[in-house]
Design a protein around this ligand. Structure first.
Ligand code: SF4
Length: 185
């Protein structure tokens, strides 16, 4: 569980997240992060169709050891969530709306977070879509300082990460929740 004392600087991160429109957030103790091969293996199954097509996704974002090395320097961060109620489990329209709201709000926090916390590592809820077509694998990433991998691309067990830091992962029947984080200090 998260037993870390919350640093004063967290208040700034929370303010940025709220101003962007997030209603669900929590201080994240980076010691609660687990990166597992099983999650990466799910990426390799390529159900999302992005595996091997983007520098922010496996294998372009580095192997599990490289991802662990990128996460290792951080002690804390912020988790942000967007949840919504579907009419039923086939209500894909609402799922798409929740995903869009989450992505738009997450995009809004990136620049002010980077300004306030230089060196931030952001992990989002989907692949990087800064460019209309990713340069992978023929040319280097066009914006290596701005690209954002997903929590899953790094092998994160995101439901456990949320719960260990005081958030829910499931907000009730027929709800859909998207979770992202920024590692800040
Ligand atoms: S910034 Fe562009 S080139 Fe780099 S990972 Fe994102 S889409 Fe690909």
């Amino acid at each position: 569980m998260n037993n870390m004392e919350i640093p004063e600087a967290y208040a700034k991160a929370e303010q940025i997240a709220k101003e962007a429109g997030f209603k669900l957030m929590a201080f994240a103790d980076a010691a609660t992060i687990e990166l597992r091969q099983e999650v990466r293996d799910m990426c390799a199954a390529n159900t999302c169709g992005k595996y091997g097509s983007n520098w922010a996704c496996p294998p372009g974002c580095g192997d599990l050891d490289e991802c662990r090395a990128k996460v290792a320097p951080y002690k804390w961060g912020i988790i942000v969530q967007t949840t919504g109620q579907m009419e039923d489990s086939f209500d894909f329209e609402t799922v798409a709306e929740i995903a869009q709201e989450h992505d738009e709000n997450f995009l809004k926090i990136l620049e002010p977070m980077r300004e306030a916390f230089p060196g931030m590592l952001a992990l989002g809820a989907g692949t990087c879509n800064i460019c209309a077509k990713c340069s992978y694998p023929d040319k280097p990433c066009r914006f290596p300082d701005k690209r954002v991998s997903s929590v899953e691309a790094y092998g994160m067990v995101v439901n456990e990460f949320a719960v260990k830091n005081g958030l829910k992962y499931n907000y009730g029947p027929n709800t859909m929740t998207y979770t992202s984080c920024c590692l800040l200090g």
